[in-house]
Design a binder for this molecule. Sequence first.
Ligand code: HDE
Length: 705
Amino acid sequence: MVTGTAGDSNDKQRQLDSARVDREQGYLTTQQGVRVDSTDDAVKVGERGPTLLEDFHAREKITHFDHERIPERVVHARGAGAYGHFRPYADWLGRFTTARFLTDPTVRTPVFVRFSTVAGSRGSADTVRDVRGFATKFYTTEGNYDLVGNNFPVFFIQDGIKFPDFVHAVKPEPHNEIPQAASAHDTLWDFVGLQPETLHAIMWLMSDRALPRSYRMMQGFGVHTFRLIDADGQGTFVKFHWKPKLGVHSLLWDECQQIAGHDPDFNRRDLWDNIAAGQFPEWELGVQLIPEHREFDFDFDLLDATKLIPEEQIPVRPVGSMVLDRNPDNFFAETEQVAFHTANLVPGIDFTDDPLLQLRNFSYLDTQLIRLGGPNFAQLPINRPVTDVRNHQQDGYGQHTIPRGQAAYTKNAIGGGCPALAEEGAFRHYPEPLYGASVRARAEKFREYYRQPRMFWRSMSEPEADHIVAAFAFELGKVTRPVIRARVVEHLARIDADLAGRVATELGLPAPAVRDKPTDATMSPALSQLSVSGEGIATRKIAVLIAGGVDAEGLRRVRAQLTARGAVLETLAAHGGSVPAQGSDGETVTVDRSLATVSSVLYDGVLVPGGRAAVDALSGDGPAVHFVLEAFKHAKPIGGFGAGAALLRVVGLTPELPDAELSATNGVVVTSAFGRDVPGRFADAFAEVLAHHRVWRRATHAVPA
Ligand code: HDE
C-alpha cells in the first residue's frame, strides 16, 4: 500500500480534464447552453391548466431522463473502478516482449481498473459468493492494452460456446428471476453435475476466495495462457498474476450474508474510502513464462482455462507494480461506460488458441456495441487511448471527433496516402503455423476434470477446508432436487473421498462409493490464501465501543499506537454526538457512529476501552454485548483494557486475570491497566492478532451470536 496524494499528473488525466464539467459553479442551462430561470414548474395554460408542449426545457429534461438507462453488462454488471498507474521494476522482461509498458522502468502507464461481481445485477450486494472481475485498462504509449481477468486463476468452462449455458445456469432462474446474485439454486448445480469441467472453478467458488474482505485484498489472474512476442518475433507463453500488497483476506459466509443487508456497498465503499483517504492499494504484476518448446510438458493442456500452472512448477516472476490513487468523478461516465476487451492488444502481446479466449475476442466488442449504443464508444473519454487515433472508420451514432480530409479510404492519393501505414511500432499477429480439419470437437487432454480440484482441496489449510465443506453444504442444501445434490456429491467423491464424505454427512446423504482411488496427491501450497497473507494491519477497521465515563487517556494511547500502524479506528456508542470522558474536567470523546447504524460484521476487530461507568453501561446494553460476542464468533481479534478487560471476562471471552497482566489467549488481548499505564505491549499484541486477520483456532461453535 502506498500513502500520499492523488497522482493525477499523467497523460490520461490531462486528456480527461477536457471532458470534465464542474457542476458546482455557473448557471443552470439547457443542453443548448440557454440559461434557465426556473426548473420547478412546467409552462401551463394558467396556474392549473394543462402543460404546454412548447416548454422545450421541460420536454428536454423529461426526455433525457427517459433515456438515462443503458443495458447493464450481461455479466459483471456490478462493479467499482479507480484510476492509477503501473510501472515495471526493471527491463528484464524485454528479452521476451517488445511491450514497452512492461519493460521500461522509466515509463509510468496510466490505468483504469474495474472490479466486479459476476452474476448479480447492477444493484445487487457486493458480498455475495461469486468470482470477482479484475479488469485493467493500460493506456500505453502504443495504444490501449486490456488485461480482463478474474480473482480466480481458472474458469468454469473450456470452450466459449458454453458461456451462454453457464451464465444462464448461474443467473436468476428464467421463470421467476430468483435468486438474485446467488449460486445456491437448482439450475447452477444441475449444470455443474452434468458438466464436470466446471469442478475446478467450483472448488474456488466454494472457497474463501469467493468472499473477499476487500477488492484491495484479492489476487488477480489473466486466466488464459497468452503469448509474449520479442523483437525477433519469437513467442513465449505467459500467465499473468496480480498480487495485492495487503495480502489476500476473506470474509466468513455468515458475515457476507449480514453485510449484504447492513452495507450492500461494502466492497465498493472500502475501495472508495481508502483511495479518498490516501491509502492507495497496490498490486504486483507477476508472470509465469513457458518457453514454446515446453508447450506439451504438462499433464494438462496449456490452452485449457480450467487448469492452472502450479507456482511451484513455474514460478511467478515479479514484473512491476500498480497503484490505484484516484476515484472516478462520475460513476456512469467512467465506471459504467468503460469497455474492456480481450482483443485490445499492443505490440509484444498476443493470444493463444485457447478456445475460451477465442470467443471472448468476439464477445466483448459485440456486447459493447449494444451496451454503449453504437460503434463510437471507443471515443468515450474513459475509453480513449492517449495515443493518436486516425483511421477511415466513419459516421455512426455518437461520432465525437471531426475527421478532416476528403479521402476516407486506403489507398488514396487525394489525402497524400494518409494516414500512413506504419513500418515501425505496428501490431503484427504472431505467425502461428496452423493446419487441421475444421471439426466441432475438444482435444483429448482437456477431458480430465478431477486432478486439479484435488490439488486445490489438498492444498487448503484446515480452516479453508472447513469453509469449503460448509459452502457445499449450504449451496447444495438450497438445491431442491435430490438427484442434483447426489450427482454433485458423486463428482466430489472423484475429487476426494474425505471431501465427499464430509459434504454428504452435512446433507444427510450416505457417503458415496469411491470408484477409482486417485494415486496422485500433488499439492500446491501457493493455492492456500494463508500463503499470501501480507503483513501488518494497514487500513484494518477497528470498532471501539464507548459510553459515558470512557477512559479517554487510555484510548488516546492505544489509538495513537494502532493508527501509527495504519489501522482505522471508529468509536461506536449507543447514540451519536459525543460521550463524556472519565473524570469531571469536561473532556468528551467524539462518537463516530451510533451502534444502531453499524454492526460488528463491518469491522476487522473490536476494542473495549476502560472506564468503570462506561463499561457498566455497555454491559447492560444488549446490542453492545452482542457486538462483542459476534465479533468473537467471527474469529476476530478482541481487545480490552482496564474495566474493558473486565467486560470481556463478564461475557465469558477471557479467563480471570491477575491485576495488570497482559494476556493474549485465543486472540483476546486484555490488560487490567488503564489510563497512561496501558502498556505499549497491549497495542503490539492486538496488532499482531489483527495482522493474522482471524483467529482460526478459536472454538466459536457454541457462541450464541
Ligand atoms: Fe467475460 N464478459 N466472458 N470473462 N468478463 C464480459 O463484456 C465473456 C471470461 C470478465 O469490468 C462481457 O463488456 C465470454 C473469463 C470481466 O467491464 C461479455 C466468455 C474471464 C468482465 C463477456 C467470458 C472474464 C467481463 C459483459 C467465455 C476472466 C467485466 C460486458 C468465452 C479471465 C469487465 C462486457 C468490466 C465481461 C463475455 C469468460 C472476465 C459478455 C463470452 C474467462 C472481468 O462480453
